[in-house]
Design a protein around this ligand. Structure first.
Ligand code: URA
Length: 240
């Protein structure tokens, strides 16, 4: 991994500040000062900052059932609560992708940048499942077909999606991409407004089964994923 990225992952500083530290000669590898931020390093390289050994943070992944009104950016200019503030960790976490403030449901937080990339980059196509209540109801068969085949949006055509109407006006939508307000915009394009939106699935994870005993994770609740669950997530990123 590049030295600057390694320092950022280790929680030493942001990528930009890490580059400045390196340029200032504060970083050594195996006792020798290094000024190239692109130097390839790993845990075993013996990286120090101001003479202090750097141990990368333990990687953690948390799942949260995001309530409405909470934003999924790290900070909010309107002082609304953030998903990051809801989860307790000694590490600096960031959300894996975004949910709109009004969208509820499953969101992951991690300090593992590589995993976050795999889970959100459209190249890997990791599927996320949404339940959307729309008005007016019902959605016609023709419009369901349009949603499945792809909708022309201002940022391009959406990829084929799996869509079914569970009951009149209640849709289950699976997307392998995650553009801004995508479900809302797709539904608007066929003349339906989304009045409620919940993400109920992220790859192999289901909101319904994430609490202890395989129960539904209540709104506002969170927990750290087990090593086995993280491994499952890594696998979907690889196989997609
Ligand atoms: N699609 C949306 O429109 N909003 C979300 O929060 C997630 C997917």
């Amino acid at each position: 991994m590049r030295l600057a990225k390694f320092l950022a992952h280790a929680g030493v500083a942001s990528r930009r500040s890490a580059e400045q530290m390196i340029a200032a000669g504060r970083v050594s590898i195996g006792g020798a000062v290094v000024t190239d931020p692109a130097r390839d390093v790993d845990r075993a390289s013996g990286v120090t900052v101001d003479g202090e050994p750097i141990a990368p943070e333990e990687r953690q992944v948390f799942v949260l059932n995001k309530p409405a009104g909470v934003v999924s950016t790290a900070k909010d200019t309107h002082r609304r609560p953030t998903v990051v503030a809801m989860v307790e960790s000694a590490n600096r976490l960031y959300p894996v992708g975004r949910l709109d403030a009004e969208t509820t449901g499953l969101i992951l937080l991690t300090n593992d940048g590589e995993l976050a990339d795999r889970l959100t980059h459209p190249r890997y196509g990791v599927e996320k499942g949404y339940h959307a209540r729309v008005a007016p109801a019902p959605v016609s068969k023709g419009d369901l077909r349009r949603l499945r085949q792809g909708i022309e949006l201002e940022d391009g055509r959406t990829a084929p999606a799996s869509v079914r109407q569970l009951e009149p006006g209640r849709l289950e939508i699976w997307l392998g991409e995650g553009r801004k307000r995508q479900v809302r915009r797709m539904c608007e394009a066929i003349g339906h407004r989304v009045v409620e939106l919940e993400r109920f699935a992220f790859g192999p994870l289901r909101l319904d089964r994430l609490a202890a005993g395989g129960e539904r994770l209540p709104p506002g609740s969170w927990r750290e994923l087990t090593a086995a669950e993280v491994e499952q997530l890594r696998k979907v990123g690889e196989s997609s």
